[in-house]
Ligand binder design. Structure first.
Ligand SMILES: [Cu+2]
Length: 475
């Protein structure tokens, strides 16, 4: 997966009310109130209507002062009510385009000649400009600045509640900062670097105001959602700050929200990209025990007593294997947020008299994206080596060069430098050079071309096994 991917999951289709194309009731000339609900598991949408600007009249339920937008950026779990007028003649389109530009869903109104809606420009996945521009435009005095971008941000600065939403000033305040953290390569998402399993609870007290500062340290948007409370999104509307239950936090940006802690027990707080939530980007806001109120822990309500599937980091497996004319190499991994069980192999039969193998079976501890340490066994039939125990670490150097250093029970040391470079979205090149005090120098270099998600063509030169080609399978 590319580090700059816009979305995590590639989908075959996008749907409105279960269909790629749907017809909305409404007669020519009629004014229609549409309730847009982003019910996707992992997709932000840009919504545009060919009838012209849409008038937002409600956000996440509560009404807001009417405000017009040309293109509406909708985070997962957000809802907006918008007003549009169906023109006297013609077939008009409301289009929801996936943020990554991979497709759209359409709802049509009226009848006659088609007036299509448009897509925003596709994202430039290899450039940071888009994120940077959005972050900068959101700082402008003009609250519409970020909405004039071809790929606009959320319209929060335009959202104005109908009434004063100020919270009682006599209540005590608690300020909590949460950093949105994650590692797309490893696919672990968290708050403050910890998954919900590692750090489940944020303790709050009934009768206080909780101010939350959400700082996004990642390269993705995250739709952050709180159960059971409406929060005020503090984005320049003062006393009329809008009430929402979900807020988009753009890459390398921050949002401030506040709410009155007027409930009891436990409330889920999580990224609404469901794969992020399940990988750990979630917390439980837990009310401290109050006299006369059963605490969440003692309650019989299963919802509050147990973290359920969030109580442990999820395990998953993946692997990659090349089968080539001269050799095979690959890896099988069983992992959760911090732990890996790995089998790495390199088998060769080109240019050597006998089939050779080296297989590492390792337990690896993941400290951070730059550092992992491992211990395990190395099995080989190399005449210059024998089966042995090994211990070592991986360290990520600048320019994404990986260094791997290990020591083994026979007293040999090994150092490896490896680099992979993605030339285009399909073509990658890689190289690796290794020195072992026992078996000495070894190096390899090659290229692969991605055909489909699970299959690439690959070609590789190896200093022991020579040149060959074959396929690379990911599973
Ligand atoms: Cu997320």
């Amino acid at each position: 997966m590319n580090a700059m991917d816009v979305s995590d999951v590639g989908y075959d289709a996008f749907l409105i009310n279960g269909q790629r194309e749907t017809q909305i009731e409404g007669r020519p000339g009629e004014r229609v109130r549409l309730r847009l609900i982003n019910a996707a598991a992992a997709t932000y949408f840009y919504v545009q209507s060919s009838t012209g600007p849409m008038t937002i009249v409600a956000a996440d339920g509560p009404a807001v002062q009417p405000v017009k937008v040309d293109r509406l950026f909708m985070a997962i779990a957000e809802t907006y009510d918008v007003m549009i007028t169906i023109p006297a003649s013609g077939l008009w389109e409301l289009r929801a385009t996936a943020q990554d530009g991979s497709g759209h869903a359409s709802a049509f109104m009226g009848e006659g000649d088609l007036h299509p809606a448009s897509n925003p420009p596709r994202p430039e996945v290899y450039k940071m400009d888009e994120m940077l521009n959005l972050a900068l435009e959101e700082q402008e005095d003009d609250p519409r600045a970020s909405l004039r971008l071809p790929r606009p941000g959320s319209p929060y600065r335009l959202l104005r509640a109908l009434e004063d939403t100020t919270l009682p000033s006599k209540l005590p305040r608690r300020k909590i900062t949460l950093n949105l953290t994650g590692d797309m390569t490893r696919y672990v998402w968290s708050f403050n670097g910890k998954t919900i399993a590692q750090d489940p609870f944020v303790m709050i007290k009934h009768g206080e105001i909780v101010e939350l500062e959400l700082i996004n340290d990642t390269m993705m948007h995250h739709p952050i959602h709180l159960h059971g409370h409406f929060f005020r999104v503090l984005s320049g509307q003062g006393a009329r700050s809008p009430l929402k239950h979900t807020v988009d936090v753009p890459p390398m940006s921050k949002r401030t929200i506040e709410f009155e802690a007027n409930e009891h027990h436990d409330w889920m707080f999580h990224c609404h990209i469901l794969y992020h939530m399940m990988s750990g980007m979630a917390r439980v806001f837990r009310y401290e025990t109050e006299p006369g109120i059963e605490s969440g822990q003692e309650s019989n309500d299963a919802h509050t007593t147990s973290l359920g599937e969030h109580s442990h980091d999820m395990w998953f497996t993946w692997g990659a294997a090349s089968v080539q004319s001269h050799m095979s190499e690959g890896q099988l991994t069983l992992m959760n947020a911090r732990n890996d069980f790995l089998i790495n192999w390199e088998l060769g039969w080109g240019r050597v008299d006998d089939f050779e193998y080296e297989v590492d079976t390792l337990y690896q501890r993941y400290f951070n994206p730059n550092l992992q340490a491992f211990v395990g066994a190395r099995l080989t039939n190399d005449p210059d080596a024998e089966n042995r125990a090994i211990v070592g670490f991986n360290y990520r150097l600048p320019l994404l060069v990986w260094a791997n250093v290990s020591l083994d029970s026979e007293g040999d040391a090994r150092g490896t430098l490896a680099k992979r470079f993605q030339v285009t979205s399909h073509l990658g090149v890689f190289g690796e050079v290794q020195y072992d005090t026992g078996t000495e120098w070894e190096w390899t270099a090659g290229a692969d071309y991605t055909l489909i998600k699970n299959l690439s063509l690959t070609t590789q030169y190896h200093s022991d096994y020579g040149f060959g080609a074959g396929v690379l399978i990911r599973f």
